[in-house]
Design a protein around this ligand. Structure first.
Ligand SMILES: [Mg+2]
Length: 128
């Protein structure tokens, strides 16, 4: 029986697989996937996406609040699920503003690296 391992050992080279991997951009794929899930349009979409983002961030905050107030424990998976929901609406809003998740990550890294380089990570103000 020939298995994947056997093919590798035989030096089998699947060019289509490599092409698939090279062209696969998880950020772009996720942004498109999110876009396919959006059910509202125009101003309704903007409001729905913003309320979704705030609501999901609230669900994260609620877990922390209950941990502090009631000592209600949650497992990592529970809060990671909510953070995923935050990511969904963040990506939806990035799409709405003709951006992308990939662009958000790049812009955020550049902003914070710039602040770090200028010694302004602490402080306030958008343009520091
Ligand atoms: Mg949620």
């Amino acid at each position: 029986m020939i298995t994947g391992g056997t093919l590798d050992e035989m030096g089998y080279y699947d060019a289509s697989y490599e092409l698939e991997q090279r062209d696969f951009d998880p950020y772009t794929t996720y942004s498109s996937w999110v876009e396919d899930k959006i059910m509202t349009e125009g101003d309704d979409r903007l409001v729905e996406n913003i309320l979704g983002l705030v609501g999901e961030a609230g669900e994260v905050a609620e877990k922390i609040k209950k941990l502090i107030r009631d000592d209600t424990r949650f497992n990592n998976q529970e809060i990671l699920k909510e953070l995923g929901d935050v990511l969904f609406y963040t990506t939806a809003l990035a799409n709405y503003y003709n951006g992308s998740l990939k662009m958000l990550i790049k812009m955020n890294v550049e902003k914070l690296d710039g602040r770090e380089a200028r010694g302004t990570l602490k402080g306030s103000g958008d343009d520091r």
